[in-house]
Design a protein around this ligand. Structure first.
Ligand code: AMP
Length: 387
């Protein structure tokens, strides 16, 4: 398997104009690549820094035909891009990662079935198509389970904890779907993720895994390295990520999210077929960030250096955190050594909307974490979000 080498000056296409596309574009532009966004307007986070944007629908074949000759290679920044879009574009231009991984990561049942088929542990699960199956399933999982839509679920959306004491007919009808997945509740000690990349020569590279804390189902803080993660878990996370990269013939970057079980094991929760919010700390803590790895991989270049140079923490800035920010408060954050401000160019700060993040480097991960919280307090955010 070889990919044509695309040198600086080549044009990289991105499906989706969100922050992940923006940070990919920033990394690629720094090294002299052109950047074209498809699917969002020129004022989107990625559109703002693109040479050109195509604000068309992902299924608009005429627009895709027009886009294809403007780029030398294409990647995507979110998993809800239609698989048909990737397959259509592949007639004209390479798209990495290809449709196989995209398809699996869009469909929780297919994702878990594929993982199980290659021996990777996941939560026990059942396919649910009726209230009767739901009732039976909840019983099978000891009266307590998690019901999820099979598609379009992220940040805790499209999922509900269900117990046998509930009216399961009502739960099922509220879900308004013909197919769902029921998962056994994993009694986890903590959550972690690993960002991994694979190159055209088959080489795989792994960042140090991070421990992730969520608030209201949205990632709040990622910490790397964390003393919670054992050396055995690091190795296991790498081997699982390698298995997934190879199984889906990935060229590019992905993230595997895990539950760490209380007996020291790992269970995969889900796969993101792209760089991930928990990997943002690589932008300041590693020589080659997850976005640089992404453009290197799709351009047929060798891997960069993924070694982490310092303990680091990523702390998200949602609309909630910025409601009271003033110029003086911003200045007091820029005053803090070791704090790196990343904002995504979104005009409107809504509750729960990812506006940016802070990467914080310090002598220890613990010090970085408290500095990150201090920085967010300085912006005028009063509630301490860690539960
Ligand atoms: P997801 O959207 O599937 O990533 O789920 C969002 C969050 O819900 C996860 O980060 C976990 O905190 C929790 N969760 C999801 N599935 C399970 C499960 N099977 N067992 C325990 N917690 C879960």
């Amino acid at each position: 398997m070889t990919t044509k080498i695309l040198s600086p000056g080549s044009r990289l296409g991105m499906l989706g104009g969100g922050q992940l596309g923006r940070m990919f574009g920033q990394a690629a532009r720094r090294s002299g690549y052109g950047f074209v966004v498809f699917g969002d307007p020129s004022d989107s986070p990625a559109g703002q820094i693109a040479d050109r944007t195509f604000a068309a629908g992902f299924l608009d074949e005429d627009a895709l035909r027009e886009f294809a000759p403007t780029v030398d290679v294409v990647s995507y920044e979110q998993e809800n891009i239609p698989v048909r879009t990737v397959e259509f574009l592949q007639q004209f231009v390479p798209v990495y990662p290809g449709p196989e991984l995209l398809k699996a990561s869009q469909h929780r049942l297919l994702e878990k079935t594929s993982l199980r088929s290659i021996g990777i542990p996941t939560a026990d699960f059942l396919r649910i198509t009726s209230a009767e199956e739901l009732a039976k399933g909840v019983e099978q999982f000891d009266g307590d389970a998690i019901l999820k839509t099979v598609t379009l679920g992220y940040d805790g959306k499209g999922q509900a904890r269900v117990r046998s004491s509930q009216d399961l007919n009502a739960v099922w009808s509220q879900f308004r779907t013909s197919e769902a997945i029921l998962e056994k509740v994993v009694d986890f000690a903590f959550e972690l993720s690993i960002v991994a990349s694979r190159f055209s020569n088959g080489e795989c590279r792994f960042y140090s895994p991070s421990v992730n804390h969520h608030v209201n189902h949205i990632l709040d803080v990622s910490i790397s390295p964390s003393p919670l993660i054992s050396a055995k878990q690091v190795k296991e996370a790498q081997e699982i990520a390698r298995g997934i990269l190879e199984h889906f013939h990935v060229i590019g970057v992905l993230c595997v999210e895990f539950f760490a079980t209380r007996d020291g094991g790992l269970v995969v929760n889900e796969i993101a077929p792209r760089p991930h919010n928990s990997g943002h700390l690589t932008m300041d803590a590693c020589r080659s960030s997850q976005f640089e790895q992404q453009f290197r991989a799709i351009c047929g270049l060798p891997s960069g250096d993924v070694q982490q140079r310092s303990p680091a923490v990523m702390i998200n800035l949602l609309g909630d955190h910025l409601m009271n920010a003033t110029p003086e408060r911003w200045a007091s954050v820029f005053e803090l050594p070791g704090v790196f401000v990343h904002l995504y160019g979104k005009a409107e700060a809504r509750i729960g909307r990812k506006m940016g993040h802070l990467n914080v480097l310090a002598e220890t991960a613990e010090a970085a974490e408290s500095l990150g919280h201090e920085a967010r307090r300085r912006l005028g955010f009063v509630r301490t979000p860690i539960e």
